[in-house]
Design a protein around this ligand. Structure first.
Ligand SMILES: N[C@@H](CCC(=O)N[C@@H](CS)C(=O)NCC(=O)O)C(=O)O
Length: 211
């Protein structure tokens, strides 16, 4: 029997959405604990004791703590192998991880609240910064996905790549990125949002969500 899971997350955090979505795909239940990033709860002493990066998400597994959304996804995949989110073939797995990392390690880190705040107090400058790095990253991803077919990034099955990409598109729309420039990514986003698990994990369905 698996120990109880508790997810510390924020409704609008793309990194949190990744984990909520994987949990929904695996049908794993968890206790949900909101961490309000705008109110600085991620910097509270109690939260930093669990996650010294001061970021969400954090997954508590019994009395053990796991941070970093991709490490959490890998743990979930190995612990709950049904509804696989990685292909079997090693090359295809590597391609999924490659695309996942283009978002998780390439685009998203420079979108962070703490990066924006350090860069500028001016909202318009921050938006231009976010747009620039999302568009640059999406250009590369769109090229990588050229020739791929299917409702998902890699065919007929949802993978980590979609789980990373879709929440990043949600952020892109917040920062007024023109998604028509990225038709393949936009089609994946539109498809995924219509699926039950993605929708259940989406920001607007979380506690504390604002319109
Ligand atoms: N590499 C980490 C990044 C986590 C991260 O950037 N979380 C953001 C929300 S998506 C956050 O908590 N930001 C708080 C802040 O910047 O103060 C992961 O994938 O879990």
């Amino acid at each position: 029997m698996q120990p109880a899971l508790t997810l510390y997350h924020y409704w609008r955090s793309s990194c949190s959405w990744r984990v909520r979505w994987a949990l929904a795909m695996k049908g794993v239940s968890y206790e949900s604990v909101p961490v309000n990033l705008l109110q600085g709860e991620q910097k509270s002493e109690a939260y930093l004791a669990m996650n010294p990066t001061g970021q969400v998400p954090t997954l508590k597994v019994g009395d053990r703590l796991l941070t970093e959304s991709l490490a959490i996804l890998e743990w979930l995949e190995e612990t709950y192998p049904h509804e696989p989110l990685l292909p079997k073939d090693p090359w295809e797995r590597a391609r999924v991880r490659e695309l996942t990392l283009m978002v998780v390690a390439g685009i998203q880190p420079v979108q962070n609240l703490k990066v924006g705040r350090f860069y500028s107090e001016d909202q318009r400058q921050r938006e231009a910064w976010n747009q620039h790095f999302i568009e640059e990253g999406f250009d590369a991803i769109e090229k990588k996905l050229a020739g791929t077919k299917g409702p998902y990034a890699f065919g007929q099955s949802l993978t980590f790549a979609d789980i990373a990409l879709v929440p990043q598109v949600y952020n892109a729309l917040r920062f007024s990125v023109e998604m028509r420039r990225f038709p393949r990514i936009e089609a994946i986003y539109t498809h995924c949002l219509k699926t039950d698990e993605c929708e259940k994990a989406a920001p607007h369905r979380q506690p504390g969500a604002q319109p």
